[in-house]
Design a protein around this ligand. Sequence first.
Ligand SMILES: [Zn+2]
Length: 63
Amino acid sequence: MNKVQCPICDAAMPGTWQECPDYPFCSARCRKIDLGRWLDGKYRVPDSTPPDSRSTAGQGDAD
Ligand SMILES: [Zn+2]
């Protein structure tokens, strides 16, 4: 039999995975932890916004 383990806490799943409503996690708590990690990685994007310094274009005060 394949024993399913929780990817978060490595705890063995209670019973079969079909009986676990939080599969593949052992509990709703571990499911939230995994979700938090996922969101944390998703939102941690590099700031690739180019510095737009052309906002002063058209300001011809020279001469
Ligand atoms: Zn767990």
